[in-house]
Design a protein around this ligand. Structure first.
Ligand SMILES: [Zn+2]
Length: 83
């Protein structure tokens, strides 16, 4: 399955967090790599799955159905946002 990058879901993340997160630095729980959200690998099908470009760990999942969203961000050990 081909992937997109984090820029492809900038709008969804901004809707959730109220700000542009594409330049935020995320740390992967799998390998510890620090990456800008714009650089992560994104797969879209029934929902959104984001994976670490270095070790393929699932960083987060977002599933949207009717009036609800399910969020699982367990693959981020931290997310550093510029103030
Ligand atoms: Zn990783």
């Amino acid at each position: 399955m081909t992937h997109l990058d984090g820029n492809a879901i900038a709008g969804v993340l901004e809707q959730l967090f109220g700000r542009d997160l594409t330049l935020a630095s995320s740390r992967c729980t799998g390998c510890g790599a620090m990456r800008e959200v714009a650089d992560i690998h994104v797969y879209r099908s029934a929902g959104i799955v984001a994976r670490c470009p270095d070790c393929d760990t699932v960083l987060f999942r977002i599933v949207e159905a009717r009036d609800r969203m399910w969020l699982d961000f367990r693959g981020f050990s931290s997310l550093q946002v510029r103030s």
